[in-house]
Design a protein around this ligand. Structure first.
Ligand code: FES
Length: 118
């Protein structure tokens, strides 16, 4: 894994997405309930920035049509979006926020069997 610094804790406020760019890839960095998340800053429905949306219940909302994406998995939790958005490993190095942009977390990392009946 190759983590790169994308910002510092001082730049981040709880539940206010911080847009950053790494290797021409836009990310939204979010601190929610004491955890850090890195999600691609692009809605899978019509490619607008997710960093302009609200954060609630470990999801980020697309401001345009209201789809929400799970910050842990990137999964769309309601229509109109149906496609997952990539999420990335994120960690702290002191006050530096570091993201591994080369190794998105694979969808197979998440157990979605509980949701298949819904
Ligand atoms: S553009 Fe995001 S839900 Fe439509």
């Amino acid at each position: 894994m190759s983590f790169v610094v994308v910002g510092t804790l001082e730049e981040l406020s709880d539940d206010i997405p911080l847009p950053v760019e790494v290797d021409d890839v836009g990310l939204a960095i979010v601190r929610h309930d004491g955890e850090l998340f890195a999600i691609r800053d692009e809605c899978s429905h019509a490619r607008v920035p997710l960093s302009e949306g609200d954060v609630e219940d470990c999801t980020i909302e697309c401001y345009l049509h209201g789809s929400r994406f799970d910050l842990r998995t990137g999964a769309a939790t309601n229509l109109p979006a149906t496609q997952r958005v990539p999420v990335f490993p994120v960690r702290l190095d002191g006050d530096d926020i570091c993201v591994d942009i080369e190794n998105p977390i694979p969808a197979t990392s998440f157990d979605t069997t509980d949701n298949q009946e819904l």
